[in-house]
Design a binder for this molecule. Structure first.
Ligand code: 3HC
Length: 287
């Protein structure tokens, strides 16, 4: 299917990533249906989209009229069945294979046969997700980066059975969304997280060894390497639960200690210290 035939994009999940994906698709002129599991999460997700677009207006990236037009393209729902109207669905639920497989099996049952099913997974296998559908050639990875409206990269992940035509649709979509594409084979962590995750976990190990304070580690990376955020600020930004899911998935596949989550990370997630979104992670955030 060519991109000009895509009118309606479905987004499964309206968390940090799902809301960003819904926003950029609506801003690019697609009709967007975004689904959450309950009213409260849906309301929070839609509020996040509105706040992000308001910030874009404030920064002069979007006019007030464009914001209202984009907002008018977004419809929230609690029903998976509403994806029957979609030509492309992008899944952005929790980074857990059984949950994602269930979503893909349901999407395969509900969506029209021409629809492409994409996952925003940051580490899990696209080939495995495709295997629970009757359309593995139309299953692909679209890995966006947080904050989605700001980060200019789209990492496209090609499963063993993904068709060339599906990859071409991904490239055309990225162009519409103003994103630059990199292509990765279906290996855990793809390009970005293969390099990012050991780096972030090493920062925690450095802290636990008492080599430096987290503030100094962050400052060192920010000013010594010109990264916009040091590793602890970035981990809080990504979400410590998400980081742990990714690290565990990568360790499970590679069995390489570089991907083994340090005990401190697991304890922090158990305590509900998930980073910016929960008000506390390595740092504390005002409500
Ligand atoms: N819509 C459009 N543009 C927006 C916007 C919005 N909602 N919000 C901000 N912007 C623009 C601003 O206008 C500005 O653009 P300009 O430089 O052309 O003026 C730019 O984005 C930066 O915005 P701010 O000045 O508000 O913010 P900062 O300069 O403090 O930057 C940041 C914020 C972009 C988050 C920056 O700190 C950053 O890049 N951090 C690193 C983020 C990162 O590494 N993300 C990837 C995480 S890993 C991931 O997602 C993968 C997963 O699998 C783990």
């Amino acid at each position: 299917m060519a991109l000009q035939n895509v009118r309606t994009v479905g987004v499964v999940g309206c968390g940090l990533m799902g809301s960003g994906i819904a926003e950029v698709c609506a801003r690019a002129g697609f009709q967007v249906i975004v689904r959450e599991v309950n009213e409260e999460l849906l309301r929070k997700g839609l509020d996040r989209i509105r706040a992000s677009m308001a910030k874009a207006v404030e920064r002069g990236k979007l006019s007030a009229a464009e914001m209202e037009a984009a907002w008018g393209h977004i419809r929230g729902t609690l029903r998976m069945e509403d994806f029957a109207a979609c030509d492309l669905v992008i899944e952005a639920v929790v980074e857990d294979m059984p949950t994602k497989k269930q979503v893909f099996a349901e999407l395969d049952r509900i969506c029209p046969p021409h629809a492409v099913l994409a996952s925003n997974t940051s580490s899990l296998s696209i080939t495995e997700l495709g295997s629970v559908t009757r359309r593995p050639e139309k299953v692909i990875g679209f890995h966006f980066f947080n904050p989605v409206p700001v980060m200019p990269l789209l990492e496209i992940v090609i499963g063993l059975q993904t068709a060339e035509e599906t990859v071409a649709l991904g490239r055309a979509l990225a162009e519409r969304l103003n994103k630059t594409v990199v292509i990765s084979k279906d290996r855990p962590g793809f390009i970005v997280n293969r390099l990012l995750i050991p780096y972030l976990l090493d920062a925690i190990r450095l802290l636990e060894e008492g080599v430096a304070t987290m503030e100094d580690i962050d400052t060192a990376i920010r000013l010594g390497l010109n990264h916009p955020m040091g590793p602890f600020t970035l981990m809080d930004f990504v979400g410590l639960d998400t980081l742990l899911f990714i690290a565990d998935a990568m360790f499970e596949e590679f069995k390489d200690p570089r991907y083994a989550a340090p005990p401190l990370l697991r304890r922090m997630v158990a305590a509900g210290w998930l980073g910016r979104k929960s008000g506390k992670g390595f740092y504390t955030y005002a409500a």
